[in-house]
Design a protein around this ligand. Sequence first.
Ligand code: GLA
Length: 397
Amino acid sequence: MPAEAAVRRFRERFARRPVGVSFAPGRVNIIGEHLDYCGLPVLPFALRQGLYLAFRPRSDDRVRCLTTLPGAGVADFRLAEDPPPGFGRYIHAAGAGLAAGGWLGRGPRRGFDGFDGFLEATLPAASGLSSSSALVVAAARALLAVNRDIERNEEDLRRLALDLAVAERGVAIQGGAMDQSIALGGRAGCALQLAFDPPAWTAVPVDPNRFAFLAVFTGSPADKGGAAGRIFDRRVEEARQALAGLEREIGPSGGYPGLLARHPAAALRRAVRSLPPPLARRATHILEEARRVGRAASALRRGDAEALGGLLDDSHESLRRDYEVSTEALDRLVRTARDRGALGARLTGAGLGGSAVVLTTPDRAAALLDSLRRDYAVAFPAVPSGPARILPAASPA
Ligand code: GLA
């Protein structure tokens, strides 16, 4: 059990007991890719898999975090100083987000305490399943617990997700707030339709008698610190330029959500044609993917797995052709899954490496998973699960 392993290793390394284990889940996004930073709704769910951070308060603002995760090393830094290199920067971002949002440190004492920690994971790093945002969220919950914060309501969690997303952008790619939101808001048995403008989280039940999802890692990491990160940030910029071009053509509309709400599809298509070619393709993806999110949520609600599968396939094709964030390994994986009977499959998360989400029916899921595992070492049922939480640090003797 990963939580127990984190507790045991903490005790071995620090010769003391942790006070709790902060868990935060990874996610798959069913559909709505590269939309969150455009302010448009997305449809992810939280995974059972995630990060486990055993922690114990310190009485200064230092964080010392150890892990056995491959290549990670040690994080040892002060929250008040600049972000450290390595995985510690995500823990630092959690502190920065909490400070900027006024979540802690408002009391008589200035600043807030750090922790000693030990990190375990059931999610492969850089697999496109949001392990970095899970770390930001797990660290934020640990810092809130260490500083005796109280439970929060959903509105607080939505605001916290946005603060953490802004802070994570300070040390990583210029993404939106999908990953932090689903880690904080995940609900067992449901996907969440996350809207950002204005913010709203709507649970969409996933009927386990009709839908079965698999997460399959290509084995090629999405190198967000390198080339993949640079392409990602370029897409964010292109999405912004495409919006500016569309609004010049059609009139100010208050961003992508306003464009979609105020203008008929034909007018938008005309405006898209006025853009230079790469921007026209980026805008085509964004506007069509946004429509698919609404259709996918209704397909989920009516239990229509065939229709949802078709939307997943269309989304992948659009990400490959128009948004250009797929890779050969992702295309091969998606093709293989479909050839072996999946109802639909697409890259999930940023793309540029990482994983695919595969849709099948419950009766066919085990056979399809077995078959995919012959070619892919990391493949597992993706089950809509609950949010980040603090687990008790009960440990074996
Ligand atoms: C990454 C980012 C998210 C989102 C996805 C693409 O996971 O962190 O905010 O932009 O890519 O949908």
